[in-house]
Write a protein that binds this ligand. Structure first.
Ligand code: A3P
Length: 275
């Protein structure tokens, strides 16, 4: 736990006397070309990584090399990032306030993917059932309570997303927000917007190829899933759908969730859709 938020146990909290990994992340030396993908867990981080990687490296092939992405909080010794060639793509689920200070000062680019929180919750539930670093063995109902009260690794979805929304206002032009649902329904259009944000010119043909290669079906089939290391089969590419929450929420649970969502998001301008 750090500053009131818990984290999965894979995070290499430092030995006695050494600094905390979250503080180390804040001190990562940034380069102007760095891109940081910021997501709440289960919002499409791996998908976003693959799209950004294809755009940046001018390729339409899945990244077969990076078996484990540079997820900042999972890197034991952050100095290894010094030897990663530019442009570097890093990602994190940590709150915006913990991203490298220099990246903020340099107005470095941030790609943020947001997903409707009901589907995030369902996806997170299955993840937590399988992830030995989280070790959850309760029921769906119990999990939903934990999600709604923010007692899960990385804290509350609301806190995370509202903080990024504030940051996007405070640092105009620095954060690009993609919606999972839009990317799923209109990938070519959304990848084009992302390419524009990254300042990359891309033909329609390339955009279409990227959309195809980063479809759920293709990634599930062809992408190495690092969670195979944990359970032999992998559990990142589960369903990749919009609306799986309807198979899990009872009417009562849904009403309670909606009431909290309405209250928490009352000042937010995010356009979250649940369908
Ligand atoms: P589900 O559990 O609903 O299937 P993250 O990468 O942040 O851990 O998010 C994982 C979620 O994104 C999983 O959701 C996964 O299936 C989904 N996902 C991964 N790749 C995807 C893709 N190419 N298209 C749509 N969803 C994808």
């Amino acid at each position: 736990e750090f500053e009131g938020v818990s984290y999965p146990s894979f995070i290499p909290f430092r030995k006695k006397g050494a600094k905390n990994v979250i503080e180390d992340i804040m001190n990562v030396k940034s380069r102007d070309s760095d891109i940081i993908i910021c997501t709440y867990a289960k919002s499409g981080t791996h998908w976003t990584y693959e799209i950004v990687n294809m755009l940046l490296r001018n390729t339409t092939e899945l990244d077969k090399n990076s078996k484990i992405q540079a997820m900042l909080e999972a890197v034991d010794d952050l100095s290894v990032l010094d030897s990663v060639p530019s442009p570097r793509i890093m990602d994190t689920h940590c709150l915006f306030k913990y991203i490298p200070k220099q990246h903020r000062e340099n107005k470095g680019k941030i790609v943020h993917m947001i997903r409707n929180p009901k589907d995030v919750c369902v996806s997170y539930y299955y993840h937590c059932l399988k992830d030995v670093f989280i070790n959850f063995d309760g029921t769906w109902e119990e999990f939903l309570e934990l999600f709604m009260s923010g007692k899960l690794p990385y804290g509350t979805w609301y806190n995370y997303e509202l903080e990024i929304e504030r940051a996007a206002r405070d640092f105009p032009g620095m954060i690009f927000t993609c919606y999972y649902e839009d990317m799923k329904q209109e990938p070519v259009r959304e990848i084009k917007k992302l390419a524009d944000f990254l300042g990359i010119a891309c033909s329609n043909d390339t955009l279409e190829k990227i959309a195809k290669k980063t479809s759920f079906e293709n990634m599930q089939k062809n992408k190495f899933d690092f969670t195979e290391i944990v359970d032999g089969k992998g559990f990142i590419y589960r369903k990749g759908e919009i609306g799986d929450w309807k198979n899990h929420f009872t009417v009562k649970q849904n009403e309670k969730f909606d009431a909290q969502f309405k209250e928490e998001m009352k000042d937010s301008r995010y356009k979250i859709t649940f369908e």
